[in-house]
Design a protein around this ligand. Structure first.
Ligand code: RP5
Length: 160
């Protein structure tokens, strides 16, 4: 089966952050298509990627970018697939707020589910949760993940 999740980013320099999405998806046994798609440097590639993703079997797109971060919003403009935006604090980002606000403040009608700054791991978990609405085995893995987090915190509290 082709991957159902896409992880795209504006530059290879975003990969240090975006790798967290890939890693968490791998931990749930999920395949992904990971590549660089730049809204500003490769606008035609971005349009093609966004418009063809659904027909290739993609169900959720995770898009990360920094600075004037237009990739998630522009991809969302071209597709009805859910888009999860990851604001990246990149080398050209003033303080991260530029990336956050570029991705967060979408106009009505074109949503991007924006996670916290550099929170690619949460983007991966959210993508898995979206797929899990139609996949009971995956939903069980997500429940186990929550239980593990709970156990870890309780253990940490005990050892304080
Ligand atoms: C953004 O510009 C990219 O998403 C990246 O976060 C940032 C810097 O890109 P590079 O100059 O490192 O390629 O479009």
């Amino acid at each position: 089966m082709p991957p159902q999740i896409a992880i795209i980013m504006g530059s290879k320099s975003d990969l240090t952050i975006m790798q967290d999405a890939a890693d968490v998806l791998k931990s749930f046994g999920l395949e992904y298509d990971l590549t660089v798609v730049s809204a500003h440097r490769t606008p035609d590639r971005m349009r093609t990627y966004a418009t063809e993703a659904k027909s290739k079997g993609i169900k959720v797109i995770i898009a990360g970018a920094g600075g004037a971060a237009h990739l998630p919003g522009m991809v969302a403009a071209y597709t009805t697939l859910p888009v999860i935006g990851v604001p990246v604090k990149s080398s050209n980002s003033i303080d991260g707020w530029d990336s956050i606000l570029s991705i967060l403040q979408m106009p009505n009608g074109v949503p991007v589910a924006t996670v916290a700054l550099n929170a690619a791991k949460n983007a991966g978990i959210l993508a898995a949760q979206i797929l899990a609405t139609a996949d009971d085995a995956l939903a069980e893995k997500l429940t186990a993940h929550k239980k593990q987090m709970e156990a870890d915190v309780l253990k940490m509290a005990e050892n304080l």
